[in-house]
Design a protein around this ligand. Structure first.
Ligand SMILES: [Zn+2]
Ligand SMILES: [Zn+2]
Length: 361
């Protein structure tokens, strides 16, 4: 704060005037003239030439401190930015192959996932040729991946064996787990394409939804189990060279990981068993509607806007085609025309979607 700002800037209104000539000699003007400060218990009026930061400092120290820390951090970031850019470029160049493979796999996954969902939604109108194309794309991607990383025997991860990485570093494990996860996702999507290619006489839309759900649940359990041997081996052998105490800690960490994993897998297996029960029993969301009921409803399905095909009467008395309602309940719980809840749970994987969650542990 400037030496004379407090003298000139503060104002007195309670009638108590303090002459600071004797008490605060340091706050007098440089010329030595006595300054009279007017103080008020409730109000302060800083002058326009007073530094706003300084006055904030006096009012409350904490916000200004955190603000200045942020400012410091920002200044450090600003100064280091050129070096950070150089470092990032180096890292990108070093891992160019890995990044390119990762981006390629993820975009392929997103594209195929969306296409499968569209084909499931189209039902009888879906293009078999497009499904064949998707299947070929998935198979060739999987084979290409296996062939590219043949020296590391990455395919071993699929059968719960370790690939040939020496030494087994953190990044190698993460890489192997990521690639394995994508391969399992691709295999699962390949199975979904095969299910779509089956004729409707063999697999109707209801059964198709149930099998799509089962294949996804199975793939998720597989994805959760596949990285276990890799991480277990990494945790156990990490500090082996450092001696016995480190090895004990490693074993302890690996066991802890195993317990957590088993608990997670237990939950997933329970969900899988529930799905198997759903697959085995044929579900009904309504009863077959009579001709007069359809006439009353206007003879037009409210979802497909066409003539009724196998009309079903829901518990709320609304009439909808069996196929339309089967697809509707892949995503919703209630009737499409009123808020009546028809099913307890939505099994979202029935629509052919594959989880984008990357299982890295
Ligand atoms: Zn319909
Ligand atoms: Zn309804």
């Amino acid at each position: 704060m400037q030496p004379n700002s407090s003298q000139e800037g503060t104002h007195l209104r309670n009638g108590l005037s303090l002459t600071l000539q004797a008490e605060l000699p340091s706050r007098t003007t440089p010329s030595g003239a006595a300054g009279t400060i007017h103080s008020d218990a409730n109000e302060r009026h800083p002058t326009s030439d007073a530094d706003p930061t300084d006055s904030a400092d006096l009012d409350s120290g904490e916000p200004t401190t955190s603000l200045s820390e942020l400012r410091c951090l920002f200044r450090w970031f600003q100064k280091s930015l050129p070096f950070l850019i150089i470092l990032s470029a180096k890292l990108v160049l070093q891992h160019a192959l890995g990044l390119a493979v990762g981006v390629g796999l993820f975009t392929t996954f997103l594209d195929v996932n969306q296409s499968i969902q569209t084909q499931v939604f189209l039902q009888a109108c879906h293009a078999k040729l497009h499904c064949v194309w998707l299947l070929l794309l998935l198979v060739s991607s999987t084979l290409l991946l296996s062939y590219t990383f043949l020296p590391q025997t990455l395919y071993n991860c699929l059968v719960f064996l370790s690939p040939t990485f020496e030494p087994l570093g953190f990044w190698e494990v993460l890489w192997a787990v990521g690639i394995t996860n994508f391969i399992i996702k691709f295999l699962c999507m390949g199975i979904k394409c095969l299910l779509l290619l089956l004729p409707a006489s063999l697999l109707n839309y209801r059964a198709q939804g149930r099998w799509l759900l089962l294949s996804e649940e199975l793939a998720q359990v597989y994805q959760a189990a596949a990285p276990v041997p890799l991480w277990f081996r990494y945790l156990v052998t990490y500090q082996e060279a450092d001696g016995n105490p480190a090895l004990t800690v490693g074993v302890l960490l690996a066991l802890l990981y195993l317990i957590l994993k088993l608990l997670g897998l237990y939950g997933q297996c329970k969900s899988l068993l529930k799905t198997v029960r759903i697959v085995l029993k044929s579900e009904h969301t309504g009863t077959a509607a009579t001709r007069s009921q359809c006439m009353e409803a206007g003879d037009v399905c409210p979802i497909c806007q066409g003539e009724y095909r196998e009309p079903q009467s829901l518990i709320c008395q609304h009439i909808i085609c069996d196929q339309c309602i089967a697809l509707w309940f892949n995503r919703e719980k209630s009737c499409p025309l009123c808020p009546t809840v028809i099913t307890e749970k939505v099994y979202k994987w029935k629509d052919g979607a594959t989880s984008a969650y990357l299982q890295i542990y």
